[in-house]
Design a protein around this ligand. Sequence first.
Ligand code: PLP
Length: 376
Amino acid sequence: MSQTQSANDAVDTLSNTERTYNFSAGPAVLPEEVLRQAQRDLWDIDGTGIGVLEHSHRDATIDRVFEEAEKGCRELAGIGDDHAVLFLSGGACQQFAMLAMNFLTPGRTGDYLVTGNWARTARSYADSYGSTHAAYDGTDCVFDHVPAPEEISYSDDPVYVHYCSNNTIYGTSYAEPPRTEAPLIADMSSEMFSRPWDYSAHAMTYACAQKNLGPAGGSCVIISRELLERTNQGLPKIFRYEDHVAKGSRLNTPPVFTVYMMGLAFRWISEQGGVDQMASRNREKAGLIYDAIDGSDGFWIPHARKDSRSMMNINFRTSDPELDKRFIQEAHEHGMSALKGHRSVGGMRASVYNAFPRQGCVQLAEMMREFARTNG
Ligand SMILES: *Cc1c(COP(=O)(O)O)cnc(C)c1O
């Protein structure tokens, strides 16, 4: 078999209709076009005769990959020169620690809006580094909503305010960023570029790749140059944002493949019509499932309060954990996988990120109606 022929065979995989509907919260579904492009580039990228995994991170091909990823990110985020874009190794938890190390100045306090497990973890990572304050804590209502302005009480002059825009585990999200004068930092891991968001108004936004942007192993970080000037001194270079900015995200060997995949995902989003188009699609897709919940006469119990519903992660259950189990099993038999909710909430969770096909939402909603009819 010639080299070209075997490369073509690699691309000739199952079409999307033959794939399983993957409701996983992360790592999660990726756009079919992106996966097919990656299959080709794994063999030979840009006609170099070398695959994307095999190039030096300092050669011209990977320069191009990084430049395109940054350009795509800037376009979707709508940010200018006063923000830097970084692609860093490690996931969102690494950012929980790094942002505290860099910006939680001795003697100052970082404020956290605790709206779920991740938001709480972000705070606990910062706790081991400096002083924090929970400006909101939704533990008592099992994180069924994000706070209204009157539920938030900031500390005096916080060094930053950190929030999680979409709570992956509880299926809640903010309609708009919380209001504050302090530098605003958002963990957008499970929704970056799923809807319009005012990135330029944030001191920092970040997302691990494996929810909505690409494979695991790296994060996309958008950070204002003003915030960068306030970096704590004395940190090892590898943990300092400024040093990563100075070296164009290649201070050391970065997760090249993850960055390459994020670049393709950004291009795919643009080609689909950008974040506005993503948002209207996502709203419609999630709406199909929420309609099945709302139209079930209480058979399906949603976790999130209506005013805080996420378009990315949808949590629901019945009144009987045994029925939930059966639903998950039957869904699996019908080609819908990974619907089991996080252990801290139970029930079901349907994660329907940008790349999740609409037809999968149609199919799930149909099955939910049928299941409610026969078991209600
Ligand atoms: C998944 C997730 C994280 C954790 O990401 P890691 O890459 O595993 O560190 C943090 N925050 C949110 C909102 C997430 O969805």
